[in-house]
Design a protein around this ligand. Sequence first.
Ligand code: AMP
Ligand code: ZN
Length: 133
Amino acid sequence: MDNCIFCKIARNEAKSWRIFESEKACAFLDINPISEFHTLVISKNHYVNIFDVPEEELLEIMKALKKVVQLYEDKLGLKDVQIISNSGRAAQQDVFHIHFHIIPRKKGDGNNLKWITHPEFVPKFDEMVSQLK
Ligand code: AMP
Ligand code: ZN
């Protein structure tokens, strides 16, 4: 993908602060960090998101993600981390090359996600489960 910024980063054609690299995946610092060491883990091959990534490639991303978290635990004493991946525009995906955010968190950092819960959906659970049959 010629115009994909993450493909360019994977090919070392665009600047990034590389944290980790394997044959199939790599990790680098997010340019709009929410916290220190906010990191993105991507596959080197271009996939849009969770819908089109093959299982084996997803596994390679997960292996790289685990290595980075381990590295941050060992070197930085990381204890709290949020792993987030957005797939699709309505799910707040902005870069359409699959990636997982590693967001180190600290108590009181002001970055808590606020989810709006819907208790009125609970009575529909039976119907929802049957939709999948
Ligand atoms: P998302 O909203 O999940 O698609 O997140 C895309 C992320 O990519 C954002 O957090 C951006 O800050 C980050 N990003 C975009 N371009 C770059 C870049 N050149 N280097 C590092 N991070 C980037
Ligand atoms: Zn790409």
